[in-house]
Design a protein around this ligand. Structure first.
Ligand code: NAD
Ligand code: ZN
Length: 346
């Protein structure tokens, strides 16, 4: 069993990482919740695999209600949001009841958003089941849904009351979901934790300790920058180019991030910011975990980066690795970037 605590200005919460935690999950919930009714929100994939088991265990201590929605990003929408709220109200949820978000990042974001708005806020516990949600999205308190064709555009910061992780459930993940989560995991090692890198190098697969080390990177950033105004930007390493190639080639997000990291490493070395040794090590780990051994010429993507609507006009904040486990926010003026882009069009 491994444990972490997130300490923020107005709240703190525990994260428990334990193989086989699902066998006695009620013990942890009882520690912080004194009511007798819980409400699970999950998706159909996760429900097929784990809902019966989790419900049976919880029923030793609680009355259990559940809402099951279709899996996939498309469910992070207003329709499913209102569907969940409606079902919960039909099942007579009260403001002092507890929501349990059982699933991947989609369920976490959506359930967290419901928890932040229903009755102006009710408590929820994250029970992440995908690799991405276990090593990243379940902490930090960003919740929300997609709307108006834009990702995560409606949302709120809402911290969970606790996060309960059973790494054993990763055994049932589709390989494509696994590698996508690995992209963000390798990113955490690259930007903030050399020890995580050593573990990724020597262990056969993801385990309790790897998840803990990955979450500790996010913990550090979130504690410094709870509301995403600066330091959290470092989590975008690999994403600037990653987003561009995700759009162009349709790679899964985490895979695109992996390739985006390869591109940012090359650009960082070209600029003299990145230690070439760090570039080689990160690329080697990406190879080990099955990332495509392709790299697109970053100069050809600078224009996409400049016109990305997320960027504030004038300056673009790149994230580069200096040495393994350390990242910097590196602002480059748009005009300077255009010059670099022209260099490659000569
Ligand atoms: N809040 C944050 O800080 C944050 C950070 C990163 C990403 N996100 C969000 O997370 C979402 C992506 O999360 P995701 O990759 O977990 O996607 P997801 O929730 O869609 O899960 C991926 C797939 O795996 C299935 N699944 C989950 N656990 C399983 C298990 N143990 N066994 C078998 N199948 C399982 C799901 O049903 C789904 O089909 C995106 O919407 C993204 O915006 C949020
Ligand atoms: Zn990402």
């Amino acid at each position: 069993m491994k444990e972490l605590e997130i300490n923020l200005t107005h709240t703190s919460y525990r994260i428990i990482i334990e193989d086989g935690l699902f066998d006695h999950i009620g013990d942890y919930i009882k520690q912080i919740y004194k009511n007798n009714k819980v409400f699970i929100v999950t998706d159909d994939n996760v429900a097929k695999l784990y809902l019966k088991k989790v419900t049976t265990v919880l029923e030793k201590d609680f009355t259990v209600e559940s809402v099951v929605i279709p899996h996939g990003e498309a469910s992070k929408c207003l329709t499913e949001y209102s569907h969940i709220c409606e079902e919960l109200l039909k099942k007579d949820i009260r403001r002092n009841h507890l929501l349990l978000a059982l699933g991947g990042g989609v369920i976490g974001d959506l359930t967290g958003f419901v928890a932040s708005t229903l009755y102006r806020g009710i408590p929820y516990i994250g029970i992440p089941t995908s690799l991405l949600s276990q090593m990243d999205s379940s902490i930090g308190g960003k919740t929300g849904i997609d709307f108006f064709g834009r990702k995560n555009i409606l949302g709120a910061f809402k911290q969970p009351s606790m996060v309960l992780i059973d790494p054993k459930v990763l055994n049932t993940l589709e390989p494509s979901e696994y590698i996508s989560g690995m992209g963000e995991l390798i990113k955490h090692g690259a930007i903030g934790n050399k020890k995580l890198f050593d573990l990724l190098d020597t262990r056969p697969g993801v385990d309790e300790e790897i998840i803990k080390e990955s979450l500790s990177v996010k913990k550090k950033v979130v504690e410094i920058d709870e509301f995403d105004t600066g330091e959290r930007m470092k989590l975008n390493f690999g994403h600037t180019f990653g987003h561009a190639i995700e759009l162009k080639y349709g790679y899964k997000h985490g895979v695109a991030v992996g390739i985006g990291m390869r591109m940012a490493l090359t650009m960082g070395v070209d600029l003299g910011v990145t230690d070439p040794l760090a570039k080689d090590t990160i690329n080697r780990i990406l190879d080990k975990y099955g990332f495509p051994q392709v790299e697109y010429d970053y100069k050809e993507y600078l224009a996409d980066v400049v016109y990305d609507k997320k960027n504030i006009a004038g300056t673009i904040n790149f994230i580069f690795i200096t040495k393994l486990g350390e990242a910097v926010i590196y602002p480059i003026r748009e005009d300077d970037l255009k010059e670099k882009e022209n260099e490659c069009n000569n």
